[in-house]
Design a protein around this ligand. Sequence first.
Ligand code: SF4
Length: 172
Amino acid sequence: MEEKQGKLKLFEEGLEEYPPMEAFVGNFFMLLWIGAGSLACGLLHPVLGWVFLGLSFFTIYVVLKKLVCTNCYYYGKRCSMGWGKLAALMFKPGRIERFPTSVGIKIAPAVYGSLTAIPLVILVVLMLKRFHPVQLGLFAFLLVLGVYSWLSRPRACARCKMRYICPGSAAK
Ligand code: SF4
């Protein structure tokens, strides 16, 4: 069933708010992901590790909240990541009509893709130069986190009011 929001159709049976534990677990894994990526970059150069940490955190927890989450139905509410509430703490609401075509939606795949790709490439380069088991461990850990995140998307998207509106939804 669908409910209308302007010209856009929301998924009526979607959750009004997600369970707090789901948002906690989602953010726990997100922070692990950023932390592991920063460690990997830090193996190349400590400054690079700190830059990756700061940039990733700022882009995901501030920039994308402004560019994506202010236009979301869950603005001010707890979505699967709890970020609707975070966005409301920092920014004024946007408009849901802007969501599918916003700059944030266009750049989000590249942001999340680089969060995995940059550390993985750095780790491969380092392993080719001078192998150390820590590099391989981080490589495997990042891959597992990436796969976990990919596999958990359909479950979150299937209960999301935005599933018909969001171009990145894994449950159309
Ligand atoms: S559902 Fe997505 S876009 Fe909407 S508030 Fe949550 S993280 Fe942001």
